[in-house]
Design a protein around this ligand. Structure first.
Ligand code: SF4
Length: 223
């Protein structure tokens, strides 16, 4: 009977819901299968690093081969917003209270926002995406919005923005603070389930095809 005791976050929630055994391999046994990434992930990682360097002022222009120039004025506008931060690693305790850093004792949930700001009582959280336009998971944007509003508790609204850098497109969703406060319960129930789980069975599905722990990929799973 092994329990998971470390902080959770959106990727962990997604993995747990897909298959408990996959969660076990990845986050309890911390196996390395699948951690080497692929070309698309590497490209996405490099583009994120370039944008971070631009937003932090470490570089003054971005290589066109990496980021379409159409994004530069939008990034300028973003970094000029009040209380702007980029690539901030946020840790919160189980009362949704932000902690000094995400390694602090008592860290319950973690998130890394590509960018966030606070203007006119609205918290904005921005995630940069590479590849095709895909409507993001409701849970991911909602969780980021809840965490953003926890950081700025006087906010009355949260705006979650997904910038699709390869597509010159964006997806935006807005929430009221009341709605997000009520939705906390859903994530608290998930965390409670995660931290009380003692058995980690295989839950085979079409996801097995891409799972790095699958038999077909030479992994330890029987599926
Ligand atoms: S191969 Fe399928 S059943 Fe096995 S760990 Fe991966 S997702 Fe779960």
């Amino acid at each position: 009977m092994i329990k998971y005791t470390e902080p959770w976050g959106f990727s962990k929630m997604e993995t747990y819901k897909a298959c408990k055994k996959k969660f076990y391999y990845q986050y309890i046994e911390k196996r390395k299968e699948g951690s080497e990434g692929n070309a698309a992930m590497e490209r996405g990682g490099k583009i994120h690093e370039t944008i971070e360097a631009y937003l932090q002022g470490w570089i003054t222009s971005m290589p066109e081969a990496q980021v379409d120039p159409v994004w530069q004025p939008r990034l300028d506008e973003l970094k000029a917003k009040p209380l702007f931060t980029s690539e901030q690693a946020i840790g919160l305790d189980n009362k949704w209270k932000p902690l000094k850093n995400w390694f602090q004792e008592g860290t319950w949930v973690r998130a890394k926002m590509d960018a966030d700001y606070f203007e006119e009582q609205t918290v904005g959280v921005v995630d940069f995406k590479t590849g095709k336009f895909r409507v993001p998971s409701d849970e991911q944007i909602e969780l980021y919005a809840i965490i953003g509003i926890s950081k700025h508790p006087t906010a009355t609204k949260a705006r979650a923005e997904y910038w699709f850098l390869d597509m010159d497109d964006a997806y935006t969703k807005e929430y009221t603070a009341e709605y997000l406060a009520a939705r906390r319960k859903y994530y608290e129930e998930f965390a409670n389930k995660l931290y009380t789980t003692e058995v980690w069975p295989e839950e085979p599905s079409r996801e097995c095809k891409w799972c790095p722990f699958s038999k077909s990929k030479g992994g330890p799973c029987k599926f």
